[in-house]
Design a protein around this ligand. Structure first.
Ligand SMILES: Cc1cc2nc3c(=O)[nH]c(=O)nc-3n(C[C@H](O)[C@H](O)[C@H](O)COP(=O)(O)OP(=O)(O)OC[C@H]3O[C@@H](n4cnc5c(N)ncnc54)[C@H](O)[C@@H]3O)c2cc1C
Length: 402
């Protein structure tokens, strides 16, 4: 397989780069280039610019407001976005629930939700995990009981990313307890402002706020918010989880972090010279770069695989596994390169919602901000979206036939 870009793809990439350079607001780009966690406002501003251009959902089919680019061009676009410092989109909306709605939802649901997602009018969160249902998701117990034109929901979700900012949640709920666990689950769209719904923040080790507990106390959800058929939610969830794993290789993000790492290594001094010139440290960067290139080529190979190829489920697990490890490694190396500045949390001052709760910050260079915090948060990459052990089980079963 020849991965060299042909002239038409090269021209496409140049066009994308020029568009992003001309349209990405300078302050948003500055925060993004420094690796700050994007604010709600930054995500919304940029999404609306992309949507006005018709590029609001590059992974959706054109008939639902997406584009008709090849998978390779979508990947090139994502690389350009990240390199320019564009904020990460609302992935729960665009990569997870959007495809479920246009594939399994009613026409009324498509009309109601897809335009609002494209224009970032509404933000979404994913209500799957529960205190006793993470890896073993099918054992979830949050209950939805039909009452006339509504479902009444009781129970609890946990680790719900961005629930404190979300307008809507897509949730897996138990609608039948008499059958095998997978056969009694439904997929509901829940308004986060519903009476009886409470969001409680969980502050994580990096002093950040992104995950939450969500409690449902007799929350009434219109029956028209059921996606597809009642008790068929597990099959929609499996479709969604394959998409989630496939996106989690996150090659463009790691490329960007690698560039930040190289910038730090060029100026931080160890034994009288930049740490980038230290043979041991240089070897670590080189190894990371080679592994990242190998992952990028694996992603490109997948992009050339037909979408109905049965091997894609296992391959998405391989990409998730490797991508998560490299995301951890790059941020750990950044902390190592920072030397003593890697010891304290220097918050990314423009990207935190809970600045008032953070400890006072000792003086440090600009480039120290965010790295230790990011490295600590990245412990989660091998857990969320399905823990690495679970991905290995999938690979063992589907690839190795064990
Ligand atoms: C930062 C972060 C954000 C998240 N965001 C969301 C979100 O937005 N929405 C959402 O629904 N969920 C979210 N999650 C939850 C995430 O999907 C779960 O944490 C994950 O699926 C693991 O479940 P668990 O935490 O219950 O761990 P457990 O399932 O209890 O697992 C504990 C350990 O046991 C191992 N283990 C479990 N079963 C097996 C097995 N069969 N074989 C081998 N090892 C096994 C696991 O690999 C893990 O190491 C998030 C989690 C984190 C950390």
């Amino acid at each position: 397989m020849d991965f060299k870009l042909d002239p038409a793809d090269e021209a496409f990439r140049a066009e994308m780069r020029a568009f992003i350079r001309a349209n990405l607001p300078e302050d948003v780009a500055r925060r993004g280039r420094r690796g700050y966690h994007p604010t709600h406002d930054d995500v919304q501003r940029w999404q609306r610019i992309l949507n006005a251009q018709g590029w609001g959902a590059i992974n959706w089919p054109a008939e639902h407001g997406g584009v008709d680019w090849s998978p390779l061009r979508r990947f090139l676009f994502q690389m350009e976005l990240k390199a320019a410092g564009a904020p990460v989109e609302d992935q729960s909306a665009l990569e997870l629930v959007g495809p479920v709605i246009y594939t399994f939802g009613s026409q009324a649901q498509k009309d109601r939700y897809l335009p609002a997602i494209l224009n970032a009018d509404e933000f979404w969160c994913q209500g799957f995990s529960e205190p006793n249902a993470g890896s073993d998701l099918a054992s979830l117990r949050t209950r939805a009981v039909r009452d006339g034109d509504e479902f009444v929901v009781d129970g609890q979700k946990i680790w719900t990313s961005e629930a404190h900012k979300a307008d809507m949640m897509f949730a897996l709920v138990r609608t039948n307890s008499e059958v095998k666990p997978q056969a009694g689950i439904s997929f509901l769209l829940i308004d986060m402002k519903s009476p009886g719904l409470t969001v409680r923040p969980i502050y994580t080790i990096n002093e950040g706020l992104s995950v939450n507990e969500v409690f449902f106390d007799s929350v009434r959800v219109p029956a028209e918010n059921l996606v597809g058929e009642e008790n068929r939610g597990w099959s929609y969830a499996k479709f969604l989880l394959t998409n989630e794993r496939a996106m989690s290789a996150e090659v463009p993000h790691t490329h960007h972090d690698l560039e930040l790492l190289k910038d730090i290594a060029a100026v931080e001094i160890l034994n009288g010279r930049p740490i980038a010139e230290d043979p041991l440290f240089a070897a670590k960067i080189a190894k990371l770069e080679v592994d990242l290139l190998a992952l990028e080529y694996a992603v490109l190979r997948v992009l050339h695989t037909p979408e109905d190829d049965a091997s894609l489920n296992a391959v998405s697990s391989v990409l998730k596994l490797r991508g998560a490890e490299l995301r951890q490694r790059v941020s750990e190396l950044s902390v190592e390169a920072l030397g003593e500045y890697g010891l304290a949390v220097f918050p990314d001052v423009e990207g935190q919602d809970n600045m008032d709760k953070l400890a006072p910050v000792p003086p440090a260079p600009d480039y120290a901000a965010g790295h230790l915090s990011k490295a600590m948060f990245r412990r989660a990459t091998t857990i969320y979206g399905g823990a690495n052990e679970i991905q290995r089980n999938i690979i063992a079963k589907t690839v190795l036939g064990l």
